[in-house]
Design a protein around this ligand. Structure first.
Ligand code: ATP
Ligand code: MG
Length: 370
């Protein structure tokens, strides 16, 4: 299993300095509003993905009056222990693995399979297809080494094709990109389909587990980024060239794929309550986690910011039981300790955060100095 053994933060938002040895199961971070809970989760997400989930500007993450921030982790997977680090300043990023510089975030990401649930995660159902594509692509990326190269080729050819369309270049300057575009789109399409096919039974299982009150089965319907009846993508691209030229961008391709989730034939968003939407996204993440472990032999790490939001006691416990039984290391934040049952004290650690300062709480007693 992959687990984070230690985290060190420097100048990350309101956290001047943090140094925590972590538990293999539940790591619970308790604090009042503005204590720094989401910041901690965000720092882990930054190392795993290179991005923040709440700001597009790196500058926002660096503590006010400081010029750079550092996130350092020690992780243990089934084979080795590794040291991962990211250092960000306004205009530069340094990535390190075991003391050596790395060129790409993707290299670091393979060491840290992390999933995130925040109070905004229901947007996966509510908003456009981008988040659902990212969800599928996360799975494809971690499970199929060929995915990233195809994805890069696809993104490059899409960008070049769109640039040629926008500049109203002659048709042959647009079509010069089509071979790469079509080949990579078809490969990505196949990988996404394979992935969802393997994911669907796990999703059904976790939906039943987390929401026993739901009677209908979940339907997981993949949509390629082109009309369903398409038999030949090359022909479709050819037939739509004029339309693409009029629009100034590429209408069809892997950049338009989506997944629709349905219960009893109706859109999940219409059928599920707000709490159930959050649980459904949990079921999606757990299904991904389960599949990841089956294929890669490594458990993922789950980050859950503000777990109690929208969830009642029954469903909170159900989720925690599942995380524990799957052997997933989880990082959970909450404003109140009594909302999170400690199911396995031996593999759990609670932390109190106050004004960006962390102190461990000995289970069943009061806070001690760290
Ligand atoms: N770059 C920064 N430098 C210093 N402080 C910052 C920076 N960015 C944000 N903060 C402050 O960090 C504090 C912690 O924010 P955070 O969102 O982590 O709190 P939280 O514990 O998740 O609170 P809540 O329970 O309300 O969600 C806030 O007071 C915020 O104003
Ligand atoms: Mg928060």
């Amino acid at each position: 299993m992959t687990q984070i053994v230690k985290i060190q933060l420097h100048s990350f938002r309101n956290i001047t300095q943090a140094n925590c040895q972590l538990a293999s199961g539940l790591n619970l971070f308790i604090g009042d509003n503005a204590a720094g809970k989401t910041s901690l989760i965000e720092s882990l997400w930054l190392l795993a993905t290179g991005r923040s989930f709440r700001s597009s500007k790196i500058k926002d993450l660096i503590q006010i009056d400081q010029s750079q921030t550092t996130v350092f982790l020690e992780i243990q997977n089934s084979k080795h222990q590794h040291r991962l680090a990211v250092q960000k300043s306004a205009d530069s990023t340094t990535l390190r693995l075991d003391g050596a510089n790395l060129k790409s975030q993707a290299q670091l990401a393979t060491y840290l399979p992390v999933q995130l649930l925040t109070p905004e995660s229901h947007k996966l159902l509510e908003e456009g297809p981008k988040a659902r594509r990212s969800f599928m692509d996360w799975g494809c990326f971690h499970q199929n080494p060929a995915f990233i190269d195809n994805w890069r080729i696809f993104q490059r050819s899409l960008k070049q094709r769109n640039s040629a369309l926008k500049k109203r270049m002659p048709a042959k300057m647009v079509q010069i990109w089509d071979t790469q575009f079509i080949e990579s789109a078809l490969k990505i399409d196949q990988m996404r389909q394979d992935y969802l096919q393997k994911l669907a039974p796990h999703l059904q299982n976790f939906c039943q587990n987390l929401m026993p009150e739901l009677e209908a089965d979940v339907g997981c319907h993949y949509r390629a980024g082109w009309p369903q009846a398409t038999e030949n993508l090359e022909q479709l691209m050819h037939e739509n060239l004029l339309k693409d030229q009029q629009l100034g961008h590429t209408q069809y391709g892997a950049h338009r794929a989506d997944i629709r989730f349905k219960f009893a034939g109706r859109e999940a968003l219409q059928m599920l309550s707000r709490g159930q939407q959050k649980l459904f996204v949990c079921a999606l993440l757990l299904a991904q986690a389960k599949l990841h472990e089956e294929i890669c032999g490594e458990a993922v790490i789950m980050l859950i910011d503000d777990l109690p939001a929208e969830l009642d006691e029954f469903h909170r416990r159900k989720l925690l039981e599942l995380l524990q039984s799957l052997g997933i290391q989880h990082f959970i934040t909450s404003t109140a300790e009594n909302l999170i049952p400690i199911l396995s004290p031996k593999t759990s650690q609670i932390w109190r955060i106050e004004h960006g300062n962390f102190s461990p709480i000995v289970l069943g007693s009061t806070s001690i100095d760290y």
